[in-house]
Design a protein around this ligand. Sequence first.
Ligand code: FAD
Length: 526
Amino acid sequence: MQTDSKFYLIGGGIASLSAAAFLIRDADIPGRNIVILEQLDRLGGSLDGAGSAEDGYVVRGGRMIESKYLCTYDLFSSIPTLDGAKTVTQEIFEWNQVMQTSSKCRLVRGGRGIDAPEYGLSEEQILSLERVAVEPEAMLGNSSIADQFRPSFFETNFWLMWCTTFAFQPWHSAVEFKRYLLRFTHMVAGFNRLHGIMRTVYNQYDSMVRPLQKWLAEHGVQFELDVRVTDLLLREEAGEKRVDRILYKHRGRSDEIAVGNADYVIVTLGSMTEASSLGSMESAPVLNGKANGGAWTLWEKIAAGRPEFGRPGTFTDRIEQSKWISFTATLRGRDFFRLLHDFTGNVPGEGGLITFADSAWLASIVLPHQPHFIGQPEDIEVFWGYGLHVDKPGDFVKKPMSECTGREIMTEILGHLRIGREAAQILKTSICIPCMMPFITSQFLTREKGDRPPVVPSGTSHLAFTGQFCEIPDDVVFTVEYSIRSAATAVYRLLELHRDPPAVYKGQYDLRVLYKAFRTLHEMTV
Ligand code: FAD
C-alpha cells in the first residue's frame, strides 16, 4: 500500500460503510482516499428506513440482533450516536437493559395468543436436529432442509418459530440451517419467548446507518450516489488479477474510473433487496428480476470465466424460492397498538415477532417501541410485518399476498387478530406499504462449495468481496453481522494488518450452553 492509495467501495450498504470505517480506524487510511459508489440515491442498502407520517414509513426489514454480534459491536464501539452522547454500541446495550425482549404471544392460533409455545418435537426429530448440527458441511452438500427431516418436522411449533424468526423455508440450504443451529445454540433455551433478541432504539437506518454515515463524512469519505457500476475491467500480470477500470453509469451517462496500481477495490456482491418494489394502500408491488438493478449483473459480468469469483446464478435464478413480501404500516391513532397490547400482554418493543400459525401466508408482525423513526410525530405509530408464503390465497382476503394492496394486507392481519368493530376505523387511518423482494432469501438457497467466493479470492491482492454472498466459515448470512465481518476480513487481509475480526461465537463448545439447549428441547417433547 502507498500513502496515496485510493479505495473504491462498490455498494453503499453496511458492508461498504463498515469497510470504510475499518480502513480509517484500523489502517489509518485518510477518509478522503475512500470513495463509496452506490447505485441508489441514498446509503444503507438493505438496512433501510424512510418515509414520513403523511406518505407512510417504510422499513423493508426489521432487524433482530443479539449479544454475540461481535464484529458489529466492535465497529459501533467507535461510532458516536447522532447526538454524540455515547457510542452506538453503548446505546444498544443500555437500551436492551431497559427493553428486554420477552414475548408473551409468540404464536397466534385460532385468534388466540400462545404464551411460550411448546416446541413439540419428538425424540426422533431432536435426533435429526442433532445429526444435522454435527454433520460436516461437506456431507450435507447442496441438500435442502427438507432432505434432512421427515415432513412431520415441518408441522412442529419449533419449526414454525424457527422458520419465521429467521425466514427459512423447507427448500433452503441444510448447511445454512445447520450453521444457524450452531450459531444460535445459546438462544434455544428461551427461543419461544425470543429471549436474548436485542433491538436498536429506532429503526436500524436511524440507529446504525445515520451515525456511521455521519462519522464517515466527518472523516472525509466521498459518497457517490446514483452511480451504478456496470463492469470491472481486470488485467492479469504475473498471475495476479487487478482492476484496471471501473465502468459505471451516472444518470444515464456512461463513464469510468481509472484504478491505479496501488489502489484497491472492494465489491459488495449481490444484494437481498435488489430489485425490490413498493406497492401502496391501493396497489400491489410488482415482481422485478435481476435486470432491474446492478448488483447481480455486475457479479455475473466479473464472474464470467472466473470460477474463483463464485457462481451468482445459484442465488439469482430461483426467484420462486427466494421471494417474499414485507409491509410497513403507519397508523394515525392508537387503537391498533392498544388492542395489540391487550391481546399480547406486551408493550411495544417487548414482544418481538408475532406469528399467525394458521395463516396461509404464514404472516408475522412486530410492534417496535415507538417512535420507530427519528422525528415520528407523537400520534403516529408504525409496525412491520411479512409473509413467507406469498403465492397462497389468504384466509380473510382470498387472494395471494403477492397480488394484494396494502389495504388488503391490513385486512388480512386484522382478520387473524379477530379485530372486528374497530377494523374499519383502523383501516381508514392507516397507510400500509407492501414491499416485494425477489431475492430476499437468495442467500439461503441450496448451494455448493465455490458458489460463494472467499473474501479475498485467489490470485488477487487488491480486490475483495464483501456482503452476504462471500464465504466466511461458521458465520450465518441474513445478518448485519455477516456483512460487517466480511468488511473487517477484507480490510485486514488486503492491507495485511495481521489481525482478525473477533472470532465467531461458538456456544456449541460451551457445555453449559449445550446442556441448556439440550434440556429445553427434551423438556418440551411430545
Ligand atoms: P446491501 O445492504 O444489500 O447493500 C448492497 C448495496 O450495493 C445496495 O445499496 C445496492 O444498491 C448497492 N449496489 C449493488 N450493486 C451495485 C452496483 N453495481 N453499483 C453500485 N451500487 C450497487 N439482519 C440481521 O442481522 N437481523 C435481522 O433480523 C435481519 N432481518 C432482515 C429483514 C429484512 C426484510 C431484510 C431486508 C434484511 C434483514 N437483515 C437482518 C439483513 C441485513 O439487513 C443485511 O444482511 C445487510 O443489511 C446487508 O448489507 P450489505 O451491505 O452486505 O448489502
